[in-house]
Design a protein around this ligand. Structure first.
Ligand SMILES: Nc1nc2c(c(=O)[nH]1)N[C@@H](CN(C=O)c1ccc(C(=O)N[C@@H](CCC(=O)O)C(=O)O)cc1)CN2
Length: 287
């Protein structure tokens, strides 16, 4: 039976460490500020943004949410982002995804000042994945590393298989595991014989958006399985991994809900503090 990696417990530990760091920053008169831009009225996005605002306030960070209507023009959205880029009191800017279809997401993300890009989605930060040191890793990816580290799961030298190659999770997670010296295989929709790869994984990260995609037969005995899927099936939230069968075979597994999700918000707070520290306490030529 696998060890359950409880994201709520790990997120609470991250928050506790951060509270101390924020108190120390306050002694240096640094008050980190996060701005979240929310476009439209998608219920899930609105709920995630509320969690972000709530956790920021709990930790004593300044947080502002800019709400724009679903039919906002691309130029108005860009204008709002540029205002945040120019505001010296703002350390971190996040544009909640997904954006409505009429908006070019790549273009908008390129508009965020890379030094305030708390999601790590600006091309300049994506380029830095290649040298293993973006200013920040995307929040979910950073959360996955936090889970592995706090579970004392080794990464270097392990075979890691990542299913999915999204901008938000799959791609950066593969890059992060590579930067930590895992042997990485990135699978995606067009991968043939997916199970041939997943069965080799010491660390299996699944972010495909397909409920029940990975079953016990697809997993190596003793593997660490990180389930990033969030799917609603018959009114219930389930991951991409068939938890009930895989829990019998894996060495450790994250549940859904209560696994990676809570870390995504906690790591946003950690990234905000990191960007504030870099902008306010590090000389430009040391960044
Ligand atoms: N700009 C960004 N947009 C999005 C990101 C992101 O990192 N940056 N990630 C996701 C949504 N997301 C945060 O934004 C997020 C997703 C899930 C959770 C979470 O805590 N999930 C819970 C279940 C919650 C539920 O009941 O729905 C869990 O897994 O336990 C937090 C944040 C897409 N957009």
């Amino acid at each position: 039976m696998a060890r359950i990696l409880d994201g709520k417990v790990i997120a609470a530990a991250v928050k506790q460490d951060l509270a101390m760091e924020i108190a120390q920053l306050r002694e240096k008169e640094v008050q980190p500020k996060l701005v979240v831009v929310l476009v439209g009225d998608d219920a899930a996005s609105a709920s995630y943004v509320r969690s972000k605002e709530r956790m920021a306030r709990e930790l004593g960070l300044e947080a502002e949410v800019i709400k724009l209507s679903a039919d906002v023009s691309e130029s108005e959205l860009m204008r709002q982002i540029e205002l945040q880029n120019a505001d010296d009191s703002v350390d971190a800017v996040l544009v909640q995804l997904p954006l409505p279809e009429h908006i070019d997401t790549d273009w908008v993300l390129m508009g965020v000042d890379p030094t305030k890009d708390v999601d790590g989605f600006h091309p300049q930060n994506i380029g830095r994945y290649a040298i293993g040191s973006p200013l920040v890793w995307p929040c979910t990816t950073a959360g996955i590393l936090e889970i592995l580290e706090r579970a004392n799961a080794p990464v270097a030298g392990q075979t890691a298989v990542v299913v999915g190659r999204s901008r938000i999770v799959g791609w950066p997670t593969a890059q992060l595991l590579l930067a930590h010296n895992a042997t990485v295989v990135q699978c995606h929709r067009q991968t043939r014989n997916l199970a041939e790869f997943t069965r080799q994984a010491d660390i299996l990260v699944v972010a495909a958006g397909q409920a029940g995609l990975i079953r016990a037969d697809d997993v190596k005995a003793g593997a660490v399985v990180i389930d990033v899927g969030i799917n609603r099936v018959d009114g219930h939230l389930v991951g991409d991994v068939d938890f009930d069968s895989v829990v019998q075979k894996a060495g450790a597994i994250t549940p859904v809900p209560g696994g990676v999700g809570p870390l995504t918000v906690a790591m946003l707070m950690k990234n905000t503090v990191r960007l504030a520290r870099i902008r306010r306490l590090t000389k430009e030529d040391e960044r």
